[in-house]
Design a protein around this ligand. Structure first.
Ligand code: PHE
Length: 450
C-alpha cells in the first residue's frame, strides 16, 4: 500500500478496520445526540427519516470516502490533490476545519460522560455531595478539567499509531457496549411509564415531519456515520487492497445504525419512566427542557431506581463504556488533522498530535465555561458542515474523479463489483440521488435560517 512516511500505518486485519471505523462511528452521536433529537422531533417520524438518510445517502458517501482514501493512501487534503481535484482541495481543508471544531465541543461532552462515571460511583457509596459535584454540568472548572483529561487520553492513543493504538482499543469495547445496552433496555421496559415512550419511539406520526426535522436527521446521519469531513478517507487510507470496501461500509453502517436504534430504545422509555417518577422532561408546551443534558438526567434517574448495588455497577460501567465509545470517536476526529500534518507538512506523528491536541484543548476548555457555544459549533460545523462536505465529496467523485475509476479501485477486494447490484445502484446514488437530496435539504434550511 502507498505510504508517504514512516509515520503512516496500516490496519492489522480486516476485522480491525471494521471495528476501528465502527468505533469512529459509534459514539456520543448515537447515545447522547440521537435520542435527544428523536425526543425533540416527535419520536418515530424522526427515526424513519433518519434511517432513510443513513441508508440512501450515508452509505453511498461512506463507500465514496473509503475508495478515495484507499486509492490515494492520503489524508483528505492530500487525497483531493492526488486525484487532481483543483478547487476540490478546499473540501479537504473544510473537512479538517470541521474535524477540529467538532472535536473541540465533543471533548466537553465526552468529559461529562467520564465525570458521570465518578458521580454514579459516589452516589452508590452514599456520598451525595461528591456525586452532585461530579454531575454538575454547569460547573466550568470541573468541565474544563475533564475536557483536558479527555484530550490527553485521545492524544495518547493517537501517538500509539494505527495498529497498536487505534485498532487495539476499539476491538474490545464495542461488544461490551452492546451487551450493557441490551441489559438496560431489558430493565427499563418493565418500569412504569416506559410503554408510552416505546410507543412514541416506534409508532410514526408522519404529520410531525417538517423541513427542520429532515435537516436535523440528515445532519445526524452524517455526524453519526462520521461522514463528510474525510474521517473515513483517512481511515480508508490505512486499508490494504484485499478489503471489500462496500462490504466493510455496510458493516460499519449497520453497526452504527443498530447502536443508535438501541440507544433510542433505552432512552425514550427511560424518559417517560423518569417523567412518571416526577422528573421534569418536557415543558408545558411539550418541548424538551434540556436537550444537551437529556441523557445525563434520565439515565442516572434510571440507575438510582434500581435495587441494591445493581444500579451502582450498571451506572459506573455504562458511563465508563460510553466514555470509551466517545474515545474511539475522538481518536478518529484527531487522526484527520494529524494525518494531514504528517503527509502534507512532513511532521512527526507525536508533534502533529501535540499541536492539534493543544488547539482543541484550549478551545474545548473555553467551551467548558460557555456551554452555549456547543449549539453554535454543532450547527455550523456539524449539521451544516458535514452534509456540505458530503455533497462536495459526491460531486468530486462522480464528476471529477469519475465513478468508473472508483469502481476500478473497488475491484481490489470485490472483483465482480461492476456487475453486482451494488455496482449498478451506487453510481446513481453517489452521482445523482445523494447530491440532489443533500442540496435540497441544505438550501431549504439556509432559506429558512435567513
Ligand atoms: N460519529 C461520531 C459519533 O457518533 C462522531 C464523529 C463525527 C466522529 C465525525 C468522526 C467524524 O459520536
Amino acid at each position: 500500500m502507498a505510504t508517504t512516511s514512516g509515520d503512516r500505518g496500516e490496519w492489522g486485519s480486516k476485522l480491525g478496520f471494521v471495528f476501528a471505523a465502527a468505533g469512529s462511528a459509534v459514539g456520543l452521536g448515537n447515545i447522547w445526540k440521537f435520542p435527544s433529537e428523536v425526543a425533540e422531533n416527535g419520536g418515530a417520524a424522526f427515526l424513519v427519516i433518519y434511517l432513510l438518510c443513513c441508508f440512501v445517502v450515508g452509505f453511498p458517501v461512506m463507500v465514496a470516502e473509503l475508495s478515495i482514501g484507499r486509492r490515494t493512501g492520503k489524508n483528505p487534503v492530500g487525497a483531493f490533490k492526488a486525484l487532481g481535484g483543483g478547487p476540490f482541495v478546499l473540501v479537504g481543508y473544510w473537512g479538517i476545519l470541521c474535524g477540529v471544531a467538532i472535536l473541540s465541543f465533543y471533548l466537553v461532552i465526552a468529559g461529562w460522560t467520564f465525570s458521570y462515571a465518578f458521580s454514579e460511583l459516589f452516589h452508590g457509596l452514599g456520598q451525595t455531595a461528591w456525586s452532585d459535584a461530579f454531575a454538575a454540568q454547569g460547573s466550568g472548572p470541573k468541565n474544563a478539567i475533564f475536557t483536558l483529561l479527555f484530550a490527553l487520553a485521545t492524544f495518547l492513543v493517537v501517538i500509539g499509531g494505527v495498529q497498536s493504538g487505534i485498532e487495539r482499543v476499539t476491538k474490545t469495547l464495542m461488544p461490551a457496549l452492546l451487551v450493557i445496552l441490551v441489559l438496560m433496555i431489558g430493565y427499563v421496559l418493565f418500569q412504569p411509564g416506559s410503554s408510552e415512550g416505546l410507543a412514541v419511539y416506534l409508532m410514526p406520526d408522519f404529520s410531525k415531519i417538517s423541513t427542520g426535522l429532515i435537516f436535523q436527521a440528515m445532519g445526524q446521519a452524517f455526524f453519526s456515520l462520521s461522514l463528510g469531513m474525510g474521517a473515513l478517507i483517512t481511515y480508508g487510507s490505512y486499508l490494504n487492497r484485499r478489503q471489500n470496501l462496500p462490504e466493510a461500509a455496510a458493516y460499519v453502517t449497520l453497526a452504527d445504525v443498530g447502536i443508535a436504534f438501541l440507544a433510542g430504545l433505552l432512552i425514550m422509555p427511560a424518559m417517560y419512566a423518569a417523567q412518571a417518577n416526577g422528573i421534569a422532561i418536557f415543558d408545558a408546551q411539550g418541548a424538551l427542557i434540556n436537550s444537551t443534558g437529556l441523557v445525563f438526567n434520565v439515565l442516572p434517574a434510571l440507575f438510582h431506581s434500581m435495587e441494591g448495588t445493581i444500579g451502582l455497577i450498571l451506572g459506573v460501567t455504562f458511563f465508563l463504556l460510553l466514555s470509551m465509545a466517545a474515545l474511539t470517536s475522538t481518536i478518529s476526529l484527531l487522526e484527520v488533522p494529524v494525518a494531514f500534518l504528517i503527509d502534507e507538512h512532513g511532521m512527526k506523528r507525536t508533534q502533529a498530535a501535540a499541536l492539534i491536541t493543544t488547539i482543541v484543548g484550549v478551545i474545548g476548555a473555553a467551551v467548558s465555561f460557555q456551554l452555549s457555544l456547543i449549539g453554535s459549533l454543532d450547527l455550523v460545523f456539524n449539521t451544516i458542515g458535514l452534509p456540505l462536505g458530503g455533497l462536495m465529496i459526491c460531486l468530486f467523485l462522480a464528476y471529477a474523479w469519475k465513478t468508473t475509476n472508483a469502481m476500478a479501485e473497488m475491484e481490489d477486494g470485490f472483483p465482480g463489483v461492476r456487475d453486482s447490484a451494488f455496482g449498478k445502484i451506487w453510481p446513481v446514488a453517489v452521482g445523482i440521488v445523494s447530491p440532489i437530496l443533500i442540496a435540497i435539504v441544505l438550501t431549504t434550511t439556509l432559506i429558512n435560517l435567513f
